[in-house]
Design a binder for this molecule. Structure first.
Ligand SMILES: [Zn+2]
Length: 275
C-alpha cells in the first residue's frame, strides 16, 4: 500500500510535468472506485490549468482555478506520466487518463480502493473536505511537535505506538514507520501514551520526521517508477533498524530484536535501546 513517503514522491515526480499545464480532457474508463468518480469530471476540468499539486496525508490535491481534484491511491493505485506520442493502450486497470497536450497522466488501480474526487472552491478550502478535515498534523508542518504529541496523549491509556498509528495526532506514520520512529526515539512501543514525558515526546516528533524524510529520500531514486514506466511500486526498500528484523541483532547495540503484536499489527523493537 502506498504510504505517505510514496505519495510524496509521486507528487514530486509528477508536479514538474503537470504544473502550469492545461488538462485537455479526462477519459474516465471506469468510475467505480472506492467512491464513484464524479461523472462531470471531464466537463469540470477541460481546459483548466493545474496551478499546483499539493498533498495532505495520503491525498494528492490538484488545484485548478475552480477547485481541486483529489486523488487517493488506495491499496494499489499508481499515477504515471506517459508521453502522448508513444502512449501504451490502456490496460484493464487503467481507469482514468488526464490528457494534456504532450502527455497523459494515467491512474491505475487494480483493487479499486483508491479515489478521485472533486472539491469546488465554492465549498471552501480543500482542507475542509470531509475526508481531510479530521486528519492529524502533517509531519513536516510546524504544528507537528513534541508539544503536540504531549498534549494530545495526556488522557490516553493506549500504547504510544497505537496512538501514532491512529492518525489523529500526526498523519503518515504507518506500521513500518511507527516501529522505526519509536526505535530512533528510544521509546518502547508498549509505553502508555499518556505517560511519555515532554522530552521524550520531542525526541519522538524528531524521529518521525527523520524516518519519513529518509523514506522520501530513498524514494527519490525510484522516481522513474512513477514517470513513463509500467512498474508497480510498493514500499520503498527502507534499511530498517527493527522492522521485520525479529531475532536479528539490533544494528546499534547488538541485542536481539523482538517482535510482538499490538492491535493485530506486528511491532518490532530493541529491548535495550528502547525503554
Ligand atoms: Zn539496540
Amino acid at each position: 500500500m502506498p504510504e505517505l513517503p510514496e505519495v510524496e514522491v509521486t507528487r514530486r515526480g509528477i508536479e514538474p510535468y503537470v504544473r502550469g499545464r492545461r488538462v485537455l480532457r479526462v477519459d474516465v474508463r471506469s468510475g467505480a472506485l472506492r467512491w464513484p468518480v464524479p461523472p462531470e469530471l471531464d466537463q469540470t476540468l477541460a481546459r483548466r490549468e493545474i496551478v499546483e499539486v499539493g498533498r495532505r496525508g495520503k491525498y494528492l490535491l490538484f488545484e485548478v482555478d475552480e477547485g481541486w481534484f483529489i486523488v487517493h491511491l488506495g491499496m494499489t493505485g499508481t499515477l504515471r506520466v506517459l508521453p502522448l506520442a508513444s502512449l501504451p493502450a490502456a490496460a484493464k486497470h487503467d481507469h482514468i487518463d488526464w490528457i494534456f497536450d504532450e502527455f497523459v497522466l494515467r491512474y491505475r488501480d487494480p483493487r479499486r480502493f483508491g479515489a478521485v474526487l472533486w472539491h469546488p472552491r465554492g465549498a471552501g478550502p480543500v482542507s475542509m473536505h470531509p475526508l481531510l478535515a479530521g486528519l492529524g498534523a502533517e509531519p513536516f508542518a510546524p504544528e507537528f511537535s513534541g508539544e503536540l504529541i504531549y498534549r494530545r496523549t495526556r488522557a490516553r491509556s493506549i500504547s504510544i505506538k497505537q496512538a501514532l498509528l491512529a492518525g489523529d495526532i500526526v498523519v503518515g506514520v504507518g506500521n513500518i514507520y511507527a516501529s522505526e520512529s519509536l526505535f530512533r526515539a528510544g521509546v518502547r512501543p508498549t509505553t502508555a501514551a499518556g505517560r511519555l514525558s515532554a522530552a521524550r515526546c520531542a525526541r519522538l516528533a524528531d524521529a518521525v520526521r527523520a524516518t519519513l524524510s529518509d523514506a522520501i529520500a530513498r524514494g527519490g531514486s525510484t522516481l522513474r517508477d512513477f514517470v513513463g514506466s509500467n512498474g508497480e511500486s510498493g514500499y520503498f526498500q527502507l534499511d530498517c533498524f527493527v522492522y521485520d528484523r525479529a531475532g536479528s541483532p539490533c544494528r546499534v547495540c547488538g541485542t536481539v530484536v523482538r517482535h510482538l503484536v499490538q492491535g493485530q499489527r506486528s511491532t518490532y523493537y530493541c529491548p535495550r535501546c528502547q525503554r
